[in-house]
Design a protein around this ligand. Structure first.
Ligand code: PHE
Length: 335
């Protein structure tokens, strides 16, 4: 059946409309098959040209080929436009605003006692002290006897502790490490010993059954209280960021002689900060070192014990020691 120019025009308009309304490349592909595929009307027209008269063949052949070329261009243009549109949409989907503040990963942070411990270590290290550790489960000998606290000494009541089934006890202070260290190291020496201590006692705002001490020990030839005063003033100055007023108050600890308590002025009040004193000759002897002799020779030095909670309570204005161990995030997240 011969096609007239009118039906080719109809075909052209129909194809144009469909091409223009194609939603995506897949859609366009189907439309292509309908209008330019092997089974399309146009293909059939072109195939049937051979059966036409010469005149008609020339006329319809020309028109059909024109339509074919027109449609091909139209498809190419539509395909390019659809491709661009798809790319734009993809870009829009992948686009994100780099100026929007990110979501922070929730990360933990250091406990206030750890912060204070690290600062303390830093300050003493700057003065040539080494950081040493000792066992939390300790022998009675190191915790008491070697520190000049024999079995029936009333001072043992001050350091009542937890006795373990394995014959050891939970250390009540870091002072046993004085002995442990001097057994293995010859003076001159400068150490601090941060660590956890335990006591069998009722808890209140300033007492806990476990807490942290930093022991200090400096031994040499003729190390005196004057050296101690200089070191501890420097520690407070660096720790609190300004010079602090301190005073020495006589006190008693069996492992020092003389012994004193160091108070620091804070808001016009004297606060007890630490125990200290000159290392007792019996402590040197128990560690296997000769104590200082009046007529020459031997070692002398000072020791001290600071509570890290006390430092943290002052530095961070915390009024109850129990907060440090309560695990309450409302408290801990403030640091
Ligand atoms: N060990 C003492 C205490 O538990 C502190 C201290 C250490 C005192 C060293 C004097 C010398 O309180």
């Amino acid at each position: 059946m011969a096609k007239t120019k009118g039906s080719l025009n109809l075909l052209k308009n129909k194809a144009k409309k469909e091409i223009d309304s194609a939603k995506d490349l897949k859609d366009l592909d189907l439309i292509y098959k309908t209008y330019l595929g092997d089974e399309s009307e146009l293909a059939q027209i072109l195939r049937s040209l051979k059966d036409l008269s010469k005149k008609k063949k020339a006329k319809i052949g020309k028109e059909a080929n024109e339509l074919k070329n027109f449609l091909k261009i139209k498809f190419t243009e539509a395909a390019a436009a659809l491709k661009e549109k798809a790319e734009k949409e993809k870009e829009m989907k992948e686009w994100f605003d780099i100026t929007v503040p990110g979501k922070k990963a929730v990360s933990g942070h250091l406990h206030p006692i750890t912060l204070v411990r690290r600062k303390t270590e830093e300050v003493f290290q700057s003065m040539g002290f080494s950081v040493i550790e000792g066992p939390e489960m300790e022998e009675e000998w190191y915790n008491f006897d070697a520190l000049n606290i024999p079995k029936n000494h009333p001072a043992r009541d001050l350091w009542d502790t937890f006795y373990l089934k394995n014959g050891l006890l939970l250390r009540t202070h870091t002072s046993p490490v004085q002995i442990r260290y001097m057994e293995k190291n010859q003076p001159p020496l400068r150490i601090i010993v941060p660590g956890r201590c335990f006591r069998h006692e009722a808890t209140d705002f300033s007492h806990e059954i476990n807490f942290y001490h930093v022991e200090g020990l400096m031994v040499g030839e003729g190390i005196s209280v004057a050296n101690f005063k200089a070191i501890i003033e420097e520690f407070f100055r660096k720790f609190f960021g300004k010079p602090m007023e301190i005073r020495f108050r006589p006190s008693y600890f069996p492992f020092v002689e003389p012994g004193f308590e160091i108070d620091m002025k804070w808001n016009n009040e004297w606060l007890e900060m630490m125990g200290a004193g000159m290392v007792h000759p019996n402590v040197f002897k128990n560690a296997g070192l000769p104590p200082h002799q009046i007529n020459g020779g031997g070692w002398q030095g000072f020791a001290f014990g600071i509570g890290l909670e006390r430092l943290a309570m002052i530095k961070y204005k915390v009024e109850d020691i129990r907060l440090f161990y309560g695990g309450d995030l409302k408290f801990l997240n403030q640091f």
